[in-house]
Design a protein. Structure first.
Lengths: 1005, 109, 186
């Protein structure tokens, strides 16, 4: 059984017990435990079931690479699935549950898949679920969803209760990994004067260095680490962070650090995770190495663990994985596990060393401890179901003939170590195959390149393939120096500690155990625990013609689980290489992609959630709109009132009421969002002549003119009223959505094409609150406010004046978008709400009615005015809309003129704008197409036009629409068919687009 | 994510402060130009593997447009320069010649 | 004239820093030849301070000048004096090519102050707050909107954005300043 030892455990505090629960069972651990170590201490070796076959699975590793021990964590709004027990710190009240089983971890119905395993080979999804097609959605998908998958999704009703944030940070050198190498590299860099950030994903410094013991400068390794940390903490130019993982390395030294602030202390106020968005001059990856499993039958049975992990649990947490631990290895390192087990008084019945020549000095040490060693042997099979019972031993060179069965309750395996090259590789660092150690390590001659074209990542220590502690320290110092030099600083000499390294016998690559294992054994030898991929699956893929490792990965799902194949990739591609009869470097690796381990969606989103998910723009009158029950419409980031329903009124009824009230008496529109660009300078007129299709330089001061803007491609891009404020100054109104875009457009042409023209542009949109005062009584209400003369004589249609209006600093434009007598009043935004109130007060006797964007749209459509975005879609030229009158014939040039001369633009076959009036008064559905006779090559009805705006007009009491129609203006009076998606067809008569007051008598009074 | 230096305000900022504006040094063709010239001006763009000259705007910053010489393969930035020029300045050309001997881009080399 | 209102009068938040609406400020967007001595003199006359250098910011109380781009200066005066300042500039530079637009009401201004104020800004703007100093102005983005900021005292920042985004700015600054969110690096 696995249990807590009487003594030991460098990371736990035995004086501080912690209560937690697993699958509803209350258990005890200690402060400093991980969830995995605490579960092991409670003899809970089995921690979950596998993805595909629902096989019982136990913890394999002790860190971020853990594939099996994934938990549902927390409850309700704090629930999160797929949390690795090995990196989850224990806290009081922690609630965890195992995943992927029903009804319970111990008894699971889905395990039937295990019996069917031979019918579920690699690629079975592709092979099995082809036909019949209807079954995809109704049979296969529900079955696959039911039986596959790991943790459950959070309940739909719950919302993550935590907060998250980003943090921008800049450092000369960032060291990722706070093991011995990282600390040493940081020291060299910091003493040389660089600003250093050192991050460690665990809560502890030193990594695995102290687990394996030994002495540096004659003192325990742990003491050396403590001194190093203290020294770094004392330096001004060093920032140290634990619980922060280097998640991804990106272009130009961009690096994401994922800091887990509250996972271990969920009750403390503050953000749960912080995503550091770091810009580093140089990055040192001191990310260590990960041990590889060995591929033998039954290597996934709970109790089979990585040798290093097994001794981590002993050293760090005082937890033994079993009483009788069999060690199986192809290298010397795993012998340390045997010695560690022995040292705490437990039994190691045998060390199975696949190497015929066996181990080096450490093997002698083990023998001296009385441990039996079998060289050239292998595990033929592990027996057991929910727990290891025994191992059957065979010759490594053979096919698995069992020589002996040895009872045990844990197996410590080691297939060698792979450097964690992920962060080196994220941004393009290349790897080289190290034959001697059978591993890929960073190729320092081909690092990822930064903004200067030079490398910006330096690997250090085990991450650089240097597994020896003494040499690793020197390598880390070298990495620190290299990074310092790359920054143009001078590295200082740092004295390195003495370390006595015992000579090791070389590792021998073992990719299959035993070497000649037959199909039956290979079918039970797991490569990828998390996605249930076996040696036989990869071999099958190779037989079926998959040669590229990237294809094999996707076909077998090897390395595609949430652990991204941290344990399985090298073993998998070795098996593939062997099957293909090629060398491992010829097969190559799959692409390493960020993040290193999964990071929370919350951290990615940072502060952008809830109210501040995106910026909302509000006008100075926004609070009034909210208080008056406005329904809002998004227009870009603005929120504009769509309508103001009263009482039981529907939105549609409100729109109709607002229109009728405006046409009958007085309506008020918050038009503050309209873009207002000030264009000033001796060349302002010339500049606007280039930007607008109309002639603007001829506009007289105090006059307004409606203008159109086109792109260089000739298409309509924006429209609005231009006002000449004085000889040198124009005010250009743009659409609400166009203000920033057109401002940018103007700056672009001024800065990049006509930079010698004397023109300045300022976006004054938000300086002004603008109110449309619309309707037959609009003049009366302004006169009631008093001040500026707004009489017909003083201020004619399309004229502008300014002055005090009821005490406000007002600009008054007599322009009309509704076809009524109307004014737009602009006052400084700080006075906007007050003017809005004053207008309602003065307008009370005229039933002053606020109206929203929908009433505005209907009224402009009644007048046949176009709307950018409705009548235009980026492919419409002014000529399509009958706006020839707004295109100057006198000007030699304007943006879009050359484009409009192209043959296709001048083609009389282009669809053109007309008005449409339904025969029965109904409203044509939005987006409906007009159909003509016959079908096209795809068998679809031919079309000859489409609706661009369609509304119910309360003024006229019927449906009206505008649309683009083939030869439209020539077809007045004709009836056109618009089939709807509702099965009905709408017949509409082609009419003039000006439905209301075609003579313009109402606006001109 | 790139780092670019705005030659106008001197800020060395991350890409989120900037907005890419496509190819640099386009020559405008207006009314009276041939269809071929107009098409080239409007639609034909370089898509080099290697040295590229492009426009950026410091949109979340000083608002100025500028030019950047950059490698599309390695993302190396050779330098940024004024938008008020018809060709890359000598300093930029010298850097390109030193770092990418034999470079050429449209009619520049 | 009726009472002029800032977008979020008296808005306040207290967390690891104090966030507060700074009320209305007089601001004039000035475009012109910043090297011309007449321009320098006119700007000094309305603001009382010397022309700042590239990305510089000279502010005393509510008045000052901030460098926005090679041809743009933000002129700051008390809110009630902005219109008069525009007049004064226009008179002084008559006949020259320049632009002076009163943009006072197009802006919202907040202060972020306290020991962790740098960190609050550093959570939202892609700027190295470790080296930011008094006398600098930085135009950048804060979360998802364009903004500018400078220091008006030790550990005290003035943040300017568009008025329509005032609520958003106040909210994101408040989120960044939430209790328990100290980073502890400055």
């Amino acid at each position: 059984m696995s249990t807590r030892l009487a003594k030991g455990g460098a990371r736990i505090d035995r004086s501080k017990p912690v209560t937690f629960s697993f699958n509803g069972k209350s258990l005890k651990g200690f402060e400093g435990d991980t969830l995995a170590s605490a579960l092991l201490a409670n003899d809970q070796m089995m921690m979950g079931r596998s993805f595909k076959y629902h096989r019982p699975r136990g913890v394999v590793a002790s860190g971020a690479e853990e594939p099996n021990a994934l938990m549902n964590m927390g409850e309700g709004s704090k629930f999160e699935p797929n949390q690795r027990a090995t990196t989850t710190e224990l806290f009081e009240g922690l609630k965890a549950g195992s995943q992927n089983h029903w009804p319970s971890l111990e008894f699971d119905v889905g395990v039937v898949n295990n019996a069917l395993a031979r019918f579920l080979p690699a690629g079975f999804y592709y092979k099995t679920f082809l036909f019949p097609r209807f079954a995809w959605k109704h049979i296969y998908e529900p079955i696959v969803r039911q039986s596959a998958g790991l943790g459950r999704a959070p309940d739909k009703e719950t919302r993550d209760a935590d907060t998250y944030e980003h943090f921008y940070f800049f450092a000369d050198i960032v060291v990722i990994g706070g093991g011995l190498a990282g600390l040493q590299a940081a020291k060299t860099a910091a003493l040389s004067g660089a600003k250093v950030l050192l991050m460690e994903q665990d809560p502890h410094w030193g990594g695995r260095a102290s687990v394996d013991g030994g002495e540096l400068d004659g003192a325990p390794v742990a003491d050396y680490i403590a001194a190093l940390v203290a020294e770094l903490e004392g330096m001004e130019n060093v920032t140290l962070r634990t619980r922060m993982m280097g998640a991804g390395v990106y272009d130009h030294g961009y690096l994401l650090g994922y800091e887990r602030l509250r996972d271990h202390a969920p009750k403390v106020a503050g953000p749960r995770h912080r995503l550091w968005r770091i810009r580093a001059g140089q990055i040192i990856t001191a990310t260590g190495a990960i041990e590889r499993p060995l591929s033998f039958a039954g290597n996934d049975i709970p109790g089979v663990m990585l040798a290093g992990a097994l001794r981590d649990y002993i050293a760090d947490y005082g937890v033994s994985a079993g009483d009788r631990v069999v060690v199986v290895t192809n290298n010397d390192d795993a012998y340390k596990t045997a010695l560690a087990v022995k040292a705490v008084g437990l039994d190691v019945p045998v060390i199975i060393d696949a190497r015929a020549a066996g181990g080096g000095a450490i093997a002698d040490e083990a023998r001296a401890q009385g441990i039996r060693i079998e060289n050239g042997k292998a595990i033929a099979k592990v027996t057991g179901g929910k727990r290891v019972k025994s191992v059957k031993i065979c010759a490594q060179a053979g096919e698995g003939g069992v020589l002996e069965e040895i009872a045990c309750d844990a197996v410590a395996m080691s297939g060698g170590w792979s450097p964690v090259v992920h962060l080196w590789s994220h941004c393009g660092g290349k790897l080289v195959w190290d034959e001697e150690h059978a591993m890929f390590r960073p190729d320092e001659t081909r690092p990822p390149l930064g903004a200067s074209g030079e490398g910006f990542v330096v690997p250090a220590g085990a991450a650089n393939g240097v597994m020896d502690m003494g040499v690793g320290l020197a390598d880390a110092d070298h990495a620190g120096r290299k990074a310092v030099e790359a920054l143009g600083l001078t590295p200082v000499d740092v004295s390195l500690p003495m370390f006595d390294q015992a000579a090791e016998a070389p590792l021998e690559p073992v990719w299959m155990m035993p070497q000649g294992a037959g199909p039956k054994l290979r079918m039970k030898a797991w490569l990828d625990y998390q996605n249930d991929v076996k040696v036989s699956d990869v071999q099958l893929a190779a037989r079926e013609g998959y040669e590229s490792v990237e294809h094999t990965k996707r076909y077998t799902t090897l390395g595609m689980a949430t652990d991204q194949g941290k344990l399985s990739n090298i073993n998998g591609l070795a098996v593939l290489s062997e099957s293909l009869g090629q060398a491992i470097p010829d097969t190559g690796t799959t692409t390493f992609r960020p993040p290193y381990t999964p990071i929370s969606m919350g951290a990615i989103g940072g502060e952008a959630r809830g109210e501040v998910f995106q910026p909302l723009r509000r006008t100075p009158m926004h609070a009034w709109h909210e208080a008056h029950n406005a329904t809002f419409e998004p227009v870009g980031q603005w929120r504009r009132p769509y309508a103001y329903p009263r009482g039981e009124e529907s939105v549609h009824e409100a729109v109709n009421r607002e229109i009728l009230a405006t046409r009958a008496s007085l309506g008020l529109l918050d038009a503050s969002t309209l873009g207002k660009l000030i264009v000033k300078g001796p060349d302002a007129g010339k500049f606007l002549d280039m930007l607008y299709t109309n002639m603007m330089s001829s506009l007289k001061p105090g006059k307004c003119r409606y203008g159109l803007m086109c792109s260089e491609n000739g298409f309509l891009s924006d429209d609005g009223v231009v006002v000449r404020l004085d000889e040198e100054t124009f005010l250009c109104h743009t659409t609400t959505g166009g203000a920033e875009r057109i401002h940018g457009h103007m700056e672009e042409w001024l800065q990049t094409e006509w930079w010698d023209w004397q023109v300045y542009v300022t976006n004054a949109t938000e300086q002004w609150a603008q109110i449309g005062v619309v309707g037959p009584n609009s003049r009366k209400v302004l006169e009631k406010l008093g001040g500026v003369d707004v009489s017909k004589e003083a201020l004619g249609f399309m004229e502008y004046t300014s002055g005090k209006l009821g005490g406000f600093d007002a600009r008054i434009f007599r322009i009309s978008f509704a076809g009524e007598l109307s004014y737009e009043i602009a006052v400084p935004a700080s006075q906007g709400a007050a003017l809005w109130d004053a207008l309602f007060e003065a307008g009370a006797e005229y039933d002053a009615t606020p109206y929203g964007t929908e009433a505005m749209h209907v009224m402009r459509a009644e007048k046949g005015f176009i709307m950018i975005g409705d009548e235009t879609d980026g492919t419409i030229i002014p000529q399509d809309l009958g706006l020839h009158w707004a295109i100057s014939k006198k000007k030699e040039d304007f943006l879009g003129k050359r484009a409009q001369e192209r043959e296709f633009m001048a083609n009389p076959e282009r669809w053109q704008l007309v008005g449409l009036e339904t025969v029965d008064g109904s409203v044509i559905p939005d987006g409906a197409y007009a159909v003509s006779e016959g079908t096209n090559a795809n068998g679809q009805r031919n079309v000859e036009g489409r609706v661009t705006s369609t509304y119910y007009s309360p003024t006229l009491g019927k449906g009206i629409a505008m649309g683009l129609l083939h030869k439209g203006p020539d077809r007045m009076g004709e009836t056109v068919e618009f089939p709807g998606t509702d099965g009905k067809s709408y017949s509409a008569k082609v009419v003039s687009a000006v439905f209301y007051d075609p003579e313009g008598e109402k606006q001109n009074v | 994510m790139l780092i670019l230096e705005c030659p106008y305000c001197g800020v060395k900022g991350e890409e989120t402060e900037f907005h890419g504006g496509g190819e640099a040094h386009l020559k405008r063709f207006g009314p009276g130009s041939s269809d071929a010239d107009f098409e080239t001006y409007l639609f034909m763009r370089e898509n080099p593997k290697g040295v590229h000259l492009e426009r950026w705007r410091h949109v979340n910053g000083c608002g100025k447009w500028f030019h950047v010489a950059r490698c599309t393969m390695t993302l190396e930035v050779f330098g940024s320069y004024s938008a008020q020029t018809l060709e890359p300045p000598k300093e930029i050309k010298d850097i390109l010649s030193a770092k990418r001997p034999g470079w050429s881009w449209r009619n520049f080399s | 004239m009726s009472e002029a209102r800032s977008a979020l009068p008296n808005a306040k938040f207290d967390g690891i820093a104090h966030v507060e609406d700074a009320g209305l400020r007089g601001m004039i967007s000035f475009r012109g030849d910043l090297s011309a001595s007449k321009v320098k003199a006119a700007l000094k006359a309305v603001s009382g301070v010397e022309m700042p250098s590239q990305r510089g910011c000279n502010v005393t109380g509510e008045s000052g000048l901030a460098w926005m781009s090679p041809d743009e200066i933000l002129v700051m005066v008390p809110h009630a004096e902005a219109a008069a300042a525009v007049e004064k500039l226009s008179k002084a530079l008559k006949g020259q090519h320049f632009m002076a637009e009163n943009v006072s009401d197009a802006r919202a201004v907040f202060t972020v102050a306290g020991k962790h104020a740098r960190e609050v800004i550093g959570k939202l703007a892609p700027v190295d707050m470790g080296t930011f100093q008094t006398g600098e102005i930085r135009r950048t983005r804060i979360a998802q909107v364009a903004a500018a900021f400078w220091m008006h005292g030790p550990d005290a920042f003035t943040v300017v954005c568009f008025r329509s985004g005032a609520q958003y700015m106040f909210d994101v600054l408040s989120v960044a300043a939430q209790s328990g969110s100290e980073v502890g690096v400055y």
